[in-house]
Design a protein around this ligand. Structure first.
Ligand code: SAH
Length: 217
């Protein structure tokens, strides 16, 4: 790995502070906190804004997209792991790969879909640099999910849909959970769970994500 810009940012103390802030904002799953502490967020953004990588804010990653804030990544991961064991996860919206890297610390098998090819390539390089090899990248439209890899114990969608894509629900295992922001004006995080009888849908936190767009580029 190449030398990291700004040694201060990589320090344990800086990342310890981020974890303290996450705790204060309600993240209590110690596994999630440990993974967030471990993944160096500054390596996922452009060097010019690396000094802001540990602020609790989304940041630009090119192509009009953003890396989600640490709180949102931690919250979605916590919701995904809230019940039962999670061995296989599908992420929709790879972006720079930060969320995928956090998931990879916690889950044995991770699939991630991205519609913008150069972003996916960058994410692949980012994870390779961190020696994370058990994430499978697919250049695909997340509306259709990735049935070849399913069923999934968890699906995490990092872009807002006007409605929940049926394909994602269908690719959940029984007992599996889909965490997805929904809405055109106001956006809310929903947790959809597949039960033996069908699906339950719980509205959780108000959020702000980039839109889930059709097609690949
Ligand atoms: N998880 C990312 C967040 C990226 S923002 C991270 O940690 O950085 C959301 C991403 O979803 C963007 O990269 C955007 O290009 C992607 N996206 C939007 N619509 C999509 C679709 N239909 N299929 C796959 N990816 C999509």
């Amino acid at each position: 790995m190449s030398a990291s810009p700004g040694i201060g940012m990589t320090s344990d103390r800086t990342r310890g502070r981020v974890v303290d802030a996450l705790r204060k904002s309600g993240i209590s799953d110690e596994r999630v906190l440990a993974a967030m502490r471990e993944i160096p967020r500054h390596l996922f953004v452009e060097p010019g804004i690396a000094s802001r990588a540990y602020e609790d804010t989304p940041l630009p990653i090119g192509h009009g997209q953003t890396i989600s804030s640490p709180t949102i990544v931690a919250l979605m991961t916590q919701l995904l792991l809230e019940k039962g064991p999670v061995a296989k996860v599908l992420e929709v919206g790879t972006g720079c790969g930060y969320q995928a890297a956090v998931l990879a610390k916690l889950v044995r098998e991770v699939y991630t879909l991205e519609r913008i090819a150069p972003l996916m390539d960058k994410a692949r390089r980012n994870l390779r640099d961190l020696r994370i090899y058990h994430v499978r990248f697919k250049h695909a439209d997340g509306h259709r999910g990735y049935p070849e890899g399913g069923p999934y114990d968890g699906i995490l969608c990092a872009a807002t849909a006007s409605h929940v894509p049926e394909a994602l629900k269908e690719q959940l295992a029984v007992g599996g959970r889909l965490v997805i922001p929904v809405g055109t004006g106001e956006q809310w995080l929903h947790v959809i769970e597949r039960t033996s009888a069908g699906f339950t849908d719980t509205k959780r936190d108000a959020v702000r994500f980039v839109p889930l767009l059709p097609g690949i580029v």
